[in-house]
Design a protein around this ligand. Structure first.
Ligand SMILES: Cc1ncc(COP(=O)(O)O)c(C=O)c1O
Length: 473
């Protein structure tokens, strides 16, 4: 029989998965680094913080700070509470969690579901204010008999748990080939512990910290932000800034949009701080790709928790709009919707292809017949696999050639074609297609997995927007 003794034995050992869709925009695949995400949302409590709950409790038991019948009190953004609540459920302790009121209703509800009590405090007060969730937790720990406050921000077990589990798991899973570690930073336990272990194995490991705008960890001036679980207005004792080689600072809007993309394009239901970490990953991955250092590089990004924690916020369009996080039409609309919305005058197939072997004159006649301005060119005799697309022809390109050399119409398309059009997934946000069109490409080729399904031109986007005037905003 194969079974765990208790749910605690199932914490950690989260899988790595290759990220290959949100990375499409950063350059040709063969020049990109390998990007692997560590899926901490698959831990029983739904986050990376499961790893620290039990070790903090057991250390307190060893030190005589927590005794049978005792109460665990912790200021938490939610996830550490879930980790502690799981361990407390098994061991029979009472839990009181103190949270800032910006944390999602789901996180509070989950804590209550485990039987914990939740105390809410205002978010936008300094940590030293008597109202802050740090101060309230300290007061409760003083006032409640038998109370113990693990204090994840200063508890050495936090970092030690990641040094003992997260780091070694990544080392084993990448067979020692990891070159870059990327993590969003809250208490800093994850990045500090994992980086400490991985550096001991590989001294030239590059460690990238991802931080929200408005967090002092990366040196910004403290101000309110919406991303939960990461960034701080003080430097926690569990965080060793010396281990960080570079920081990437991420706005709420970008982090939320990227979290949604991870969910919709990679099928990984992601929390907000996953977006923060993934944006930092993409920035470094793009630099590696552009400088020719992509091949051979192995980036591991930690995805700390899942989207179920944020259904009422990140995955609620109304909340997103009310908080100014869904401003551009292109972040909510997908490329596919523009294709589906197209009103062709006549019966035009979604995709018209030219073949490398056909005469330019024949291709020009097809452009005329369908009233279109460009076509992808396939070298296959029939069918429309992406692998066969080797170029493109356009009204503009052909006119320039034919004007100089009228004999061009007798040549084959393969001899005169332009490079292939850039490709976007039909499930990608329209923003991606828009960015390419804005750079001056005549059209982008939308694909469904590896199969071309249609071309999107500037006119198509304009028509779509004119049919949907109330998008975004
Ligand atoms: C959603 C989320 N992401 C990231 C983190 C950061 O992890 P760490 O505290 O180990 O830096 C946390 C920590 O609470 C979190 O809740």
């Amino acid at each position: 029989m194969e079974y765990a003794r208790s749910i605690l034995d199932l914490i950690g050992n989260t899988p790595l998965v290759r990220i290959s869709r949100v990375t499409r925009g950063i350059g040709p695949l063969e020049r990109q680094p390998l990007v692997l995400a560590k899926l901490e949302m698959l831990s029983p409590g739904g986050s990376v913080k499961d790893r620290i709950g039990l070790p903090m409790i057991e250390a307190a038991e060893r030190d005589g700070l927590l005794r049978p019948g005792g109460t665990i009190i912790e200021p938490t953004s939610g996830n550490t509470g879930h980790g502690l609540a799981i361990a407390a459920a098994i061991k029979g302790y009472r839990c009181v969690f103190v949270m800032a009121d910006k944390q999602s209703a789901e996180k509070q509800a989950i804590l209550r579901a485990y039987g914990a009590e939740v105390v809410l405090c205002p978010t936008n007060v300094p940590p030293e204010s008597p109202e802050s969730y740090y101060s309230v937790a300290a007061r409760l720990a003083r006032d409640i008999p038998g109370a113990y406050k693990p204090d994840q921000y200063w508890n050495a077990e936090n970092t030690a748990a990641h040094e003992a589990t997260t780091g070694p798991e990544i080392w084993r899973q990448t067979a020692g080939q990891i070159t870059h570690l990327v993590a969003s930073v809250g208490t800093g336990g994850t990045i500090t512990g994992a980086a400490r272990y991985l550096r001991s194995q590989k001294p030239d490991l590059v460690v990238v910290g991802a931080d929200p705008e408005g967090s002092v960890l990366s040196g910004d001036v403290a101000r309110p932000y919406l991303t939960e679980g990461v960034g701080e207005d003080f430097i926690p004792g569990t965080f060793d800034p010396e281990l960080i080689d570079r920081w990437v600072r991420v706005s709420d809007r970008d982090a939320f949009a990227m979290a949604r993309r991870i969910t919709r394009e990679e099928g990984i239901l992601a929390g907000e701080s996953c977006g923060t970490a993934m944006l930092a990953t993409l920035q470094v991955a793009r630099e590696l790709t552009e400088s020719g250092q992509g091949p051979g590089a192995v980036m591991v990004v930690i995805l700390p928790d899942g989207g179920r924690n944020y259904l009422s916020k990140l995955y609620n369009d109304e909340w997103m709009r009310a908080n100014g996080l869904l401003a551009s039409a292109g972040s909510v609309v997908r490329v596919r919707e523009v294709l589906e919305d197209r009103h062709h005058g006549e019966q035009i197939p979604d995709l018209v292809l030219a073949r490398t072997t056909e005469k330019v004159g024949a291709a020009i006649r097809r452009l005329e017949d369908y009233g279109i301005s460009q076509m992808p060119v396939s070298e296959a005799a029939e069918g429309s696999e992406l692998a066969g697309i080797v170029g493109s022809i356009s009204e503009k390109g052909l006119l320039e050639r034919a004007y100089r050399d009228p004999g061009v119409v007798e040549r084959t398309v393969g001899e005169v074609m332009d490079p292939p059009l850039p490709v976007v997934q039909e499930t990608a946000p329209l923003d991606e297609a828009f960015a390419l069109l804005a750079r001056g490409v005549p059209a982008v080729l939308a694909i469904r997995l590896e199969r071309p399904v249609g071309l999107v031109t500037k006119l198509d986007v304009l028509e779509y927007l004119s049919h949907h005037p109330r998008l975004g905003g």
